[in-house]
Design a protein. Structure first.
Length: 300
């Protein structure tokens, strides 16, 4: 109705009694799989639409025994056009509903990958130029086909060379994660604002405008998850609780010792704010060098 040139793709389907044999001793089964997708191409270049794929009543089986069950696993994709711009937003969301291990309910989770202000023309250009360059490399150096390490190095170099094509639209990448059980919810989020190197005035990092990372972990949620895992391994309730308390207490002590987390109102938090040349970590401002030094001490 808006006069756009549209090409529609509508898919619906259902498959029952699915078996995925991972190895002679390991398999995954699902009672059913459904897919519902509606997509179209606006103006012959902007893919938009949404889809949902869902596996129901999943069993993970090892040596003939159920290791874990999942009520449902859902994958959702949404593509929409940015108003007044030749860009699209992409949202991929994965949902895990009611994970059970050893008759113990471990909870439900959700993870998303959100990319905003993606230029479809730049993506096509990137793929074309990258593939042409790779074909030239393979033609000039046929030995690459049998050298996985060298091939990965060439892949990485070409990706880095053509990445600025994707950066021109200065997209934003977001990755929210949440996990909830009977006592509450864990939340984490990574938010990266990409810079166009050709426009960036930064002398330290021309690829990133800003990076924000936040984690909120209620201690009772973490302890409950640890307890349920212990119970699923056959421990009695008292021992499972004591071990969970010790596990989470040890993790929190270690996190505080390395100044990785703060604890307030029985919630462990981590907060990172980065802009080129400056880092604010858990409210404390420091240089990039200071932050990397602190992170290095933890890694070692």
């Amino acid at each position: 109705g808006d006069g756009s040139s549209l090409s529609n793709l509508d898919i619906e389907g259902k498959v029952e009694d699915i078996v995925l044999q991972l190895s002679p001793m390991n398999k995954v089964t699902a009672k059913s799989f459904t897919i519902d997708s509606l997509a179209r191409l606006e103006e012959k270049k902007f893919p938009v639409g949404e889809s949902e794929s869902k596996f129901n009543q999943i069993n993970i089986i090892n040596h003939g025994e159920d290791v874990a069950q999942i009520d449902a696993f859902v994958a959702k994709t949404m593509l929409d056009r940015v108003k007044d711009k030749d860009y699209i937003n992409v949202n991929l969301t994965y949902e895990l509903d009611k994970l059970t291990k050893g008759n113990q309910q471990l909870g439900s989770g959700e993870w998303s990958l959100i990319a905003e202000s993606i230029d479809p023309s730049a993506v096509r250009q990137f793929i074309i130029q990258y593939n042409i360059a790779m074909q030239k490399q393979l033609a000039a150096h046929p030995e690459l086909a049998n050298d996985e390490v060298a091939l990965q190095e060439v892949n990485a170099a070409l990706f880095k060379e053509y990445l600025p094509l994707l950066q021109k639209s200065e997209p934003t990448i977001k990755q929210p994660v949440k996990w909830k059980n009977a006592l509450g919810e864990l939340n984490a989020n990574l938010d990266i604002s990409i810079a166009d190197p050709a426009k960036s005035s930064s002398s330290t990092n021309k690829d990133i405008k800003s990076l924000n990372f936040d984690v909120k972990l209620p201690l009772n949620v973490a302890t409950e998850t640890a307890k349920q895992l212990n119970l699923s391994e056959g421990m009695d309730a008292e021992k499972a609780q004591k071990r969970a308390d010790k596990q989470i207490s040890g993790m929190m002590t270690l996190g505080q010792m390395f100044q990785l987390i703060t604890i307030d109102n029985n919630t462990a938090s981590l907060q990172l704010r980065y802009t080129p040349g400056k880092v604010v970590f858990n409210g404390q401002e420091m240089s990039e060098e200071e932050f990397m030094s602190r992170a290095g001490r933890f890694v070692h």
